[in-house]
Each structure stands twice: as structure tokens, then as C-alpha cells.
Design a protein around this ligand. Structure first.
Ligand code: ASP
Length: 582
């Protein structure tokens, strides 16, 4: 037996036991006549002691030569520690070592394997296997395991079955580019890695599987904006013979279960909000509703004075910043600079201070009197002591800008508390979205999403107005899941694809298999997928998903540890019938 106990296990009750432990040397303290070693494994740290009086000389020597991260095995007796450490679960005892063997030596690690390490992100990623030895990373992986187990247990109890679907497939349009894999056996042909198992889970419904889930990798080749990974994990789900209400209830149940199991938080019914309202009130389809600062649309009360900037704007909209009147002029200027950053893109910001005596002082006093400003306060819900921040311009842009400011201010004001959970269903998404650049509509969710009943005809006249049976689950300002009720008849699917710009041939070539399946008794069905990485990060009270992925990629999509992607050698290229043109 390599070990009788783990390094997190022994307590005062074990004193006098003879034990064998194995693990890594966290650190040694060598006083000459006494050597202490902290021995670490996944479960914790146990202190070993070697002392001149009780330990044979040559073992004393071995002990003093141990380096950091050496892998050792020791046998010894559990004894009471003289100076106990109440911060350590094993802090009451230590092991008086009688046998030691060095199982493997280690080079000095390039960063310290401590909770707070001196290693930067790049270095830690290059030696991720060492990083994983650190408690915070290890705990995150254990935490992720707990979440996935809770998901699996909950869903299988509800009669969902986990079915694997293939990775070597052809394009599933989820709005990103595909990663492709050349086929050696089929010259000049390529597989695409799934952006999601969307079409397969629908085919499983046609196959009568009824309630499906899968914890599954998805691959999307997109520019890696903030905290995205080219491969990520979904909890992918689909159900047949259901309507939207069934899906919302089932997966609200799952989310509530997770919050209770993992975070000990009991939540009531999740609120629901129409997409249009979310955009109007928060400028965002994934609003963080842990705090207020709701948008107040000011067109009626701010236009038709002499202020051209507002008069020419499609939308004038503001938020009240609680306590913001205490900001100095300099602080407000910093805010103005913040909204003018290219990432936000506002041209400027108008503000109005709500003084404690009930008067107002705005940056546009030339154009607006106290009565006007009082109306602004009324519309934005501003109280005495608040600051009203106002942006104006094109509706879509200005909403996005003010939403960014709202989140930034909330962050600065400490209103985004990690241990507070505010879920929200956003429902009734538009079916289509206009691509400003190309002038074409594309599916807002994906092409298999069904329009609301009776709205199919609108596609011809007013495509932007058509609403879908599509929903997102939002948690603390993050989209943690999204799905839809699907089209399940060939005719509607064909109409949809036509509106998305597919010719009949293209539609057949790309989605013929699905349309054919719809002709063999496809049941009504719908589903949802949760982004597992993000969900775990939020439940874990952290913002970055990378911390919860064992081997994440960096912002350029590289795995710096194994150094991938990498060139292929000539033989491999030849076998694949590939020529490079770089
Ligand atoms: N396949 C969708 C996605 O990945 C989820 C769904 O509609 O179930 O976002």
C-alpha cells in the first residue's frame, strides 16, 4: 500500500498510530538538529518531523536534502505537535518519520506552489500541471465536479438520459465560425466540429428519446473577446412533447437545485421579463437585476429645447447613480472619459446633480431649468444625493453604452455582490436580427427556432418584428443558458431557411438530413443549453471561466503548455491532400 492515509486526514485521535503517507514536499524547515517537512497531496498538508535524537543520522541527511516538489513516501508515528496550528485541519499532529523513500525528485518549480503564487498567468498556464497542485485551482476543479454531479443526478432523476453525439460532423450554425478537420479517407472533404449538438439532439427527439441531456464540449472559432474559450462545455438538453412553460419550469428547477445544493441559497420563482422590456429598462438582454439603476427614457422631457445634441438623438436615456452627487467634478470627468473609450463609444455624457436641498445642477443648465431637471429626476427615479447620467444617440448603440456604464458604476459601488443570486428568464426574443453590415437578417438564436404562433406571415412583411419561442436564463448579468421551442415540420423549416438566405439547394445540402427527419413523425420539441464553465464560475463566486477549466486556452486560442495549434509535417499534409498557401 502506497499510503494508509491522505495528508488531510490525520487528527489528534490518531496519535500513536503507525501510518504511511505519500505526497509532494511543500516546504522544509531545517534547523540542523530538527527538520520539518510539509507534505502535500490533494487532500491537505501534514507536517513531518525528523529529529536528531529519534531519527537515524542518514535519514536526517535525506530529510535535509529534500527539495520542493520532491515526491516522497514516509512511514512513521502520529505524535502530538508541540506548537499546534489551528489554521490547519491536521495542525494538532505531526508524523515522526521512521522510513522515507524518495519516489521522484523535482526540479525547482518555476513559481511557488502556494495559495498566493508569484507566478504570472502565462507561466502558470505553461506549467498548468504545477498550477493544479495549488489549492485554489484544485478547489475550483473539485467544485466543478460537484456541480456536474449535481446536474447529472438531478436530470437523471427526472428521467433525462445522457446521450453522446459525434464531434466529427458538419456545420451547425450557432453564429460562429467552424473548426474544421480534414478527412484523410475522403479527399478534399472536411468535418466541422460541433458548435453545439443542436441538430443531433433534435434528431434524438425524432428518435423518441424524449428527454435528453449531455455535458458536452462545443467548439466555436470566434475572436476571443473577454473570457471566452474556443472549446467550452455545455449542459445540453432537449425535451419532446413539451411547450415553453415546461422547459422553463424544468430548468428553473435544475438551477434552483444547484443554487441550493452548491450554495445553500433557496430561491423562489424566477422572475420573467420580455426581451423588449429588458432592452428598454436595462439596455441589455442579460440584465443584472441585483440592483436598480433602471433606465429612464427622457425624449419627452429633454427634447425640443435648444439643445441640439438631444434634439437630434433617436433616444435620450439616463440612469440615477445612488449617492452620485458626492462625485467630484474630476470623478465625473473620469466617468465621461470612461464612456468615451472606444470600447464603449459614447460621444459624451450629460449629467445632472440632485442636491440635498432639492435643487439640481446639470452640465446643460444653459438649456434646461430646474423644472425640466426635476422631470429628469422623476423619470430616472433619482433621489436627493444622486447623480443622473444621460447618454443620447442611436437607440441600439446608446442602450448598449448606458448598459455598460450601469454595470461599471454598479461594480464601483459594490452592488454586484458575488454571494447574492438574481436569476431572470428573458423571454420572447426576436426571431431574426439585422446584420448592420450586410443588411441581411440572421437567426438571433439559431435557424431551428420556431416563430411565435401566427407570426410566420410577418416574415414577409416585417421580419424584424417576428418574435420567437426563445428564452435565455440570466444569472447576475450573465447569460447562463439559452434555448427555444423548435420548428418540427419541414415546411416551416424551409420557409425559415429561405428567409435566412439559403437557396433550396443550399438548404438541402446543409440541412436535408434534418428536414427529411421532420417528414417521419417529428414530435413537438424544444430545449436549452447552459454554459457550464460560466455557470460554475458564477456559482463559485468568480468571474473568469478560465479558473474553472483544467487546461484552458489563452486569448489567442493557444494551449501554451502543449504548444498547440502547431504546424503539420509534410507527410501528414500530403496524406490529407493539403497544400499550404501562406
Ligand atoms: N444549441 C443552442 C446553443 O448552443 C441551445 C439550444 O437552443 O438548446 O446556444
Amino acid at each position: 500500500m502506497y499510503r494508509t492515509h491522505t495528508n488531510g486526514q490525520l487528527r489528534a485521535a490518531d496519535i500513536n498510530k503507525k501510518v504511511t503517507l505519500a505526497g509532494w514536499v511543500q516546504k522544509t524547515r531545517d534547523k540542523g538538529f530538527m527538520v520539518w517537512v510539509d507534505l502535500r497531496d490533494r487532500y491537505g498538508i501534514t507536517q513531518l518531523i525528523f529529529d536528531e535524537e529519534r531519527t537515524p543520522t542518514e535519514m536526517m541527511e535525506t530529510a535535509s536534502q529534500l527539495g520542493r516538489e520532491f515526491v516522497i513516501q514516509v512511514t512513521g508515528t502520529v505524535i502530538e505537535r508541540e506548537s499546534k496550528n489551528s489554521n490547519m485541519p491536521t495542525g494538532d499532529i505531526e508524523i515522526l518519520v521512521s522510513e522515507i523513500s524518495i519516489l521522484n525528485k523535482s526540479l525547482t518549480p518555476p513559481f511557488t506552489i502556494e495559495d498566493e503564487t508569484d507566478g504570472g498567468e502565462d507561466l502558470r498556464m505553461k506549467y498548468r500541471y504545477l498550477d493544479i497542485r495549488r489549492k485554489p485551482v484544485r478547489n475550483n476543479l473539485v467544485f466543478r465536479h460537484k456541480v456536474t454531479m449535481a446536474v447529472r443526478n438531478y436530470l437523471s432523476e427526472k428521467e433525462f438520459i445522457e446521450v453522446e453525439t459525434p464531434y466529427l460532423i458538419k456545420s451547425t450554425p450557432e453564429g460562429a465560425r467552424d473548426f474544421v478537420v480534414p478527412s484523410r479517407m475522403n479527399e478534399g472533404q472536411f468535418y466541422a466540429l460541433p458548435q453545439s449538438p443542436q441538430t443531433f439532439k433534435q434528431l434524438l427527439m425524432v428518435g423518441g428519446m424524449d428527454k435528453y441531456f449531455q455535458i458536452v464540449k462545443c467548439f466555436r472559432d470566434e475572436d476571443l473577446r473577454a473570457d471566452r474559450q474556443p472549446e467550452f462545455t455545455q449542459i445540453d438538453c432537449e425535451m419532446a412533447f413539451i411547450d415553453q412553460e415546461d422547459i422553463l419550469n424544468t430548468f428553473e428547477g435544475l438551477t434552483r437545485h444547484l443554487l441550493k445544493e452548491i450554495n445553500g441559497v433557496e430561491l423562489g420563482d424566477f422572475p420573467r421579463m420580455q426581451y423588449d422590456d429588458a432592452m428598454r429598462i436595462y439596455g441589455n438582454d442579460k440584465p443584472d437585476i441585483r440592483f436598480g439603476m433602471e433606465f429612464g427614457e427622457l425624449n419627452e422631457v429633454a427634447q425640443h429645447k435648444d439643445f441640439g445634441v438631444f434634439n437630434n438623438a433617436e433616444l435620450v436615456v439616463g440612469i440615477a447613480v445612488p449617492g452620485g452627487n458626492s462625485y467630484t467634478r474630476k470623478e465625473i470627468d473620469t466617468l465621461i472619459d470612461w464612456v468615451k473609450r472606444p470600447q464603449v463609444g459614447a460621444l459624451g455624457m450629460v449629467y445632472s446633480r440632485c442636491n440635498d436641498d432639492g435643487s439640481y445642477k446639470s452640465s446643460v443648465d444653459k438649456f434646461y431649468n430646474q423644472e425640466d431637471l426635476a422631470k429628469w429626476a422623476e423619470v430616472t427615479g433619482a433621489q436627493k444625493g444622486d447623480l443622473i447620467c444621460i447618454l443620447s444617440g442611436d437607440t441600439t448603440k446608446v442602450r448598449a453604452q448606458l448598459s455598460a456604464l450601469r454595470m461599471e458604476l454598479a461594480e464601483r459601488l459594490g452592488l454586484r455582490k458575488a454571494n447574492e443570486f438574481a436569476p431572470l428568464w428573458v423571454v420572447d426574443f426576436p426571431l431574426l436580427e439585422l446584420d448592420e453590415e450586410t443588411g441581411h437578417y440572421h437567426a438571433m438564436h439559431h435557424p431551428f427556432t420556431s416563430p411565435k404562433p401566427g407570426q410566420l406571415e410577418l416574415l414577409d412583411t416585417n421580419p424584424g418584428e417576428v418574435k420567437a419561442n426563445a428564452y435565455d436564463l440570466v444569472l447576475n448579468g450573465n447569460e447562463i443558458g439559452g434555448g427555444s421551442i423548435r420548428i418540427h415540420d419541414k415546411k416551416t423549416q424551409a420557409i425559415m431557411l429561405k428567409h435566412l438566405g439559403f437557396s433550396e439547394e443550399e438548404a438541402k445540402a446543409q440541412f436535408g438530413f434534418l428536414m427529411d427527419a421532420f417528414e417521419y413523425g417529428a414530435p413537438p420539441h424544444g430545449g436549452i443549453a447552459f454554459g457550464l464553465d460560466r455557470l460554475v464560475a458564477i456559482l463559485g463566486g468568480q468571474e473568469t471561466i478560465r479558473d474553472f477549466i483544467a487546461f484552458p486556452k489563452n486569448n489567442s486560442g493557444r494551449d501554451v503548455m502543449i504548444d498547440a495549434p502547431a504546424p503539420l509535417d509534410a507527410t501528414q499534409l500530403e496524406e490529407l491532400h493539403l497544400k499550404l498557401d501562406l
